[in-house]
Design a binder for this molecule. Structure first.
Ligand code: NAP
Length: 248
């Protein structure tokens, strides 16, 4: 493998990607397959998974990760895996004063509880097999700033960064690295929901020094960096993919 040829970078490795049906997860599944990994794609809409499997030849698991028991069973059925990308996430836009218990609980279940459960299953399997591993939790710049209408979402992503640090601290002794990746607005179906109104997106864009939103493949490549040997001593970090947003 030359520096430019990464087609075998993850040969012999199995990666589980949640939320692989659309957006960042789909881009990550495609990139990891292109770099030689065996991909297990987990998501909720069966037609998305069928299209992805036809395109990249991955295995698929259709599950609603909001259901804790179903999430655990799906993760167990997928073992053994070497690499995990906890990417599935949701946002429900509500003003803080009107944030409902239902929306808060569902957001926490999908964005924090499911990553914890899936990672517990994967890490336990890695430890039992005595193999090293890497886990990337897809967080957001929302972990670090307050965005209007995003109370449950910001709380969930801050919690996911906290979870990431504890996982890194506890799992490091087993050779398992754990990191978070924190994108700014990335052009996916989720971004369409939160940012399609130019009145909201223009001020956001104005705060990004590189003057554009992120492409899903750019997040995928940063995830691949954190999964791979180039990041062999990187663990417990929250890596912003934000065109300089947080520096301002
Ligand atoms: P997206 O376009 O909405 O895609 C999310 C994927 O996750 C979909 O395939 C979705 O399946 C799946 N998913 C959601 N809830 C699920 C559940 N309960 N069980 C199983 N699968 C589920 O989102 P995205 O923009 O790619 O976001 C991916 C991650 O990046 C999320 O964690 C998000 O918070 C984070 N992020 C996104 C942005 C952004 O601007 N887009 C910025 C920062 C961070 P269905 O479509 O079938 O529900």
């Amino acid at each position: 493998m030359t520096a430019l040829d990464r087609s075998r970078e993850f040969a012999g490795k199995t990666v589980l990607v949640t939320g692989a049906g659309k957006g960042i997860g789909e881009a990550t599944a495609r990139l990891m397959a292109a770099r030689g990994a065996r991909v297990i794609a987990v998501s909720r809409t069966r037609s998305d998974l069928e299209a992805l499997a036809a395109a990249i030849g991955c295995e698929t698991v259709c599950v609603d990760l909001a259901d804790a028991d179903a999430a655990r069973a799906a993760a167990q059925a997928a073992q053994p895996v070497d690499l995990l990308v906890n990417n599935a996430g949701m946002v429900e836009l509500q003003p803080f004063l009107d944030t409902t218990v239902d929306a808060f609980d569902t957001t926490m279940a999908v964005n924090v509880r499911a990553p914890m459960i899936v990672a517990q299953v994967c890490a336990r399997s890695m430890i039992e097999r005595g193999v090293p591993g890497a886990i990337v939790n897809v967080s957001s710049i929302s972990a670090m700033i307050g965005l209007p209408l995003h109370a449950a979402y910001c709380a969930s992503k801050a919690a996911l960064d906290g979870l990431t640090r504890v996982m890194a601290v506890e799992l490091g002794a087993h050779g398992i690295r754990v990191n978070a990746i924190n994108p700014v607005v990335t052009l996916t179906p989720m971004a369409e929901k939160a940012w399609s109104d130019p009145a909201k997106s223009a001020p956001m864009l104005a705060r990004i020094p590189l003057d554009r939103f992120v492409q899903p493949d750019e997040v995928a490549r940063s995830i691949a960096y954190l999964l791979g040997d180039d990041a062999a001593m990187v663990s417990g970090t929250s890596l912003a993919v934000d065109g300089g947003f947080l520096a301002g």
